[in-house]
Write a protein that binds this ligand. Sequence first.
Ligand code: ADP
Length: 579
Amino acid sequence: MKKNIFFRIFISHLLLAFGISLLLVAFSFRLVKKHYIETLTNDLEKIALALDKTLRPYIALGDFSTLDSVVKNMGKKIEVRITVVDSKGVVLADSEEDPEKMENHGMRSEILPAFYGKTGSSLRFSETVKEEMLYVAIPIKDNTDNLMGALRVSLFLTQIQELLSYIMRNVIIIAALLTVFSLLAAFFYAKSLARPIRKLAVAADEVAGGNFNIEILTEGTGEISRLTRNFNDMVVRIRELISELSEQKDSLKVIVSSIKEALIVINAEEKIVIMNDSFREIFKSGEIKNKIYWEVIREPKFEEIIEEINKDKKDLTREIRIHDRDFICSAAFLEKYNEIVVTLHEITEIKSAERIKKDFISNVSHELRTPLTAIKGFVETLLSTAKKENKRYLEIIGRQTDRLINIVKDLLKLSELEDIEEGKLDINLSKVDLKEIISNVLSIYEKEINNKGLKSIVEIDKNVSKIKADPFKLEQLFINMIENAIKYTEKGEIKIVVKRDKKSVLIEVSDTGIGIARKHLSRIFERFYVVDKSRSRESGGTGLGLSIVKHIVQLHKGEITVDCKLGTGTKFIIVLPIN
Ligand code: ADP
């Protein structure tokens, strides 16, 4: 860095100074030469004009030998070469050579314009004296303005060269001095510029390495000092942000570790990013940071959940049993970070209370069945011999016993379904023909339907083939649904529709009865929930029918929904997956 910035500034200044000096020398040389030659040309012209008057009489008289000696004499005195030619270019006199030995000069570039009455000049190599010369020629005219010839004065360029090289020497000395001065200036400028930049670079390296306790002393007032100030401000800001962030991180860590729910965050590479103490306690795991989750949590059900959420990218909630403890496992997929957050909420106690309650209900139901059947039998026996006034009471006892028997039966059915759900009992799956089941159930209730004057409609799509299900449970489902439809419908129709798509069978059981008010809809599948208690009791309802239906649907991994408006009838929609 040191070499770089300093070197670059220095070299660029050096090149600049050198270039400028070079230009200066070349330009000044050209300029001086041009100006000098122009001045000399003017001087030579003036000399020629002065000589013209002196030399003209000799030409007019044709005394060329005197002319030549005058010319030679004058040439020596004024140190210029003088040449006189006649109007045809024949050399009449020359201060340096014998005119007779000289060739015709009529076509010389400086003499030609003189023949046309103008002053001619030329800078060229003289073939006669074999040297570079500057020539100026003027016309010589007689009194009547007729051309008599041309007078040429010329100067050896060696003199000019000498003068120019003298000037050149001086210019070069000035340029060299200029270069040296600018080099010194460049050296100090580069040094002063490179120092703060170097400091900045060192500080930036420190910051990149994580050291934020750094400050650079500002130098000068220019852009570099502004940059330095901004750098210092930036470092302070970063320091503040980092401490803010680490505070936030710490508090988040405290929150995460203090919550009772077990929490774990797994990233896209299936590595554990966060895991709190509760989670560690459940899985009895030690150091986990950056480990693959299944190396730490060896629980197939947990792996299943992670795999499923990874596949579907949808949040899910499921009950899960780990090391004899029950949990509600909620897994959320964070799309933005491609991470999965899993929380485990322990429900072991709730579950065990539920289990106790269930066992109690199941035991009570079993225990009640026999005495109730006995009571029913005795009531019937007594009824046949009872006096008229007692008959009414015996009939009431009979009806209530029936109700109790129905409740016990339904409770036993529910308990059986729950046992299947918990895996204590197996579900009896086989190929089931829905059409057959529906017509069987309708035939059971044919009398009731006719008595009420209702119409029964069955629509089954042709493509509905047999599905894999428990036939007795499905029959129970239709019994409960159709019984309810008849029970709560006074006129109109009961309609059963079965359709099929790629993955599931859709069953709709609808009626034109009293319907269910919206506020009850969310609760009708609960045990013992009845909308109208007296009506339900009157019709022998137990409040357990829909609860049984829901369990049967769930056992078949299906879903049940209800769609109805008060007064216009009810429609139950069941979706059962084909596989
Ligand atoms: P119940 O034995 O009382 O019929 P269910 O569990 O079968 O108990 O039904 C719960 C409640 O849902 C019933 O009390 C009744 O109010 C309502 N319900 C069920 N089916 C229908 C229906 N087809 N039309 C109107 N109400 C219904």
